[in-house]
Design a protein around this ligand. Structure first.
Ligand code: BDR
Ligand code: CA
Length: 325
């Protein structure tokens, strides 16, 4: 039986690679791609996701969801991913249509419909954008939290510097209230922060050339659409090459053994901080419960998230390249 995956995405260039990976994985069935506002407006995210699915020769349904965060103004990142979100490649308009149903309804219906066997047979949810759609689904149908085998979140920065502020990573910062609702929902959560895709996990110029040398449409697409992001990763982030944040989360979702170092902690999201909006506060020292004095807020909270700190760079790249062959 194939593993069932639902992908929630604000599809820009690295989301597209993650969507491609799931479609290229042999034992995986992608039930749907749901689109959320984030790096892209939803209309651009939908177009980029449908183009990617078509490239994979698939017909995966794409549902458009929330066009803005729960409470905040939308802030997009065309400056990072290019004017089309795909490195300025201006790919043709996909023929695959959008579904009529709203993404939040689709998420609820799909999770319920597949709630038939053991929990490990239930859908795996991989989130590659702000958590607005997921929070909205959980508000409408909180019981679905326990009908998802794993929810792997690309987002956050586990006690390290963020990418939009010193305290926060974009996906969580963009809609911190939604992220907080999801982190407190009781779902079986895993967090892959942006730091996981940095350093050795980034693709160097030589590795990018190696990928192009595979000479497949998938390899070319994955590298081409990230050219713009590559420049920003090197010149703005100070990374040694192409950082593929969503694909690193997808790799861990598809094969958890790619993760080299992880820990289970209480994680919550800062929504009110003056300088720390969207900070993922990871109780890495398990301070909660070991102190004589702590706030009520933390006292009642369990360890709720498996945080991945680091992946095996060699194995991650091997997995990625295999998806391009
Ligand atoms: C996140 O924002 C985008 O750059 C990527 O698609 C990823 O989801 C990283 O902060
Ligand atoms: Ca994304």
């Amino acid at each position: 039986m194939k593993r069932k995956i639902i992908i929630d995405s604000d599809t820009a260039s690295d989301d597209a690679v993650a969507i491609l990976m799931a479609h290229r994985f042999p034992d995986v069935e992608v039930l749907a791609v749901t689109i959320v506002s984030g790096n892209m407006r939803v209309e651009d995210g939908s177009r980029n996701a449908r183009y990617t699915i078509e490239l994979c020769g698939a017909q995966t349904p794409v549902y458009v969801g929330c066009a803005r965060p729960l409470l905040r103004e939308p802030v997009h990142a065309y400056w990072y991913h290019g004017a089309d979100g795909m490195g300025g490649m201006n790919y043709s308009e996909p023929k695959l249509p959008e579904q009529d149903k709203h993404a939040v309804d689709a998420l609820i219906d799909l999770v319920r419909a597949h709630n038939v066997g053991a929990i490990h047979e239930s859908p795996l949810l991989v989130t590659l954008g702000p958590l607005t759609n997921i929070a909205a689904a959980l508000i409408r149908a909180p019981e679905i939290a326990k009908m998802i085998s794993r929810c792997v979140v690309m987002g956050g920065a586990a006690n390290v510097v963020g990418n939009v502020t010193p305290a926060a990573e974009y996906n969580i910062w963009c809609d911190p209230e939604a992220a907080r609702a999801v982190f407190r929902s009781g779902m079986n959560l895993e967090m892959v922060g942006w730091e996981v895709g940095r350093g050795d996990a980034a693709l160097t110029e030589k590795e990018i050339a190696d990928v192009y040398a595979l000479n497949t449409a998938y390899a070319k697409f994955a590298m081409d659409c990230n050219v713009h992001a590559l420049q920003l990763a090197k010149n703005w982030q100070g990374d040694p090459g192409m950082t593929l944040h969503d694909p690193t989360a997808m790799a861990i979702a598809l094969d958890p053994t790619v993760s080299k170092r992880s820990g289970r902690y209480r994680v919550d999201v800062e929504t009110r901080g003056e300088l720390t909006r969207g900070m993922t506060v990871v109780d890495e020292r398990h301070t909660v419960g070991t102190q004589k004095i702590f706030t009520d807020e933390w006292a009642v909270r369990e360890k709720n998230v498996l945080v991945h700190h680091e992946l095996d760079a060699r194995r991650w790249k091997e997995l990625l390249y295999n998806c391009f062959k």
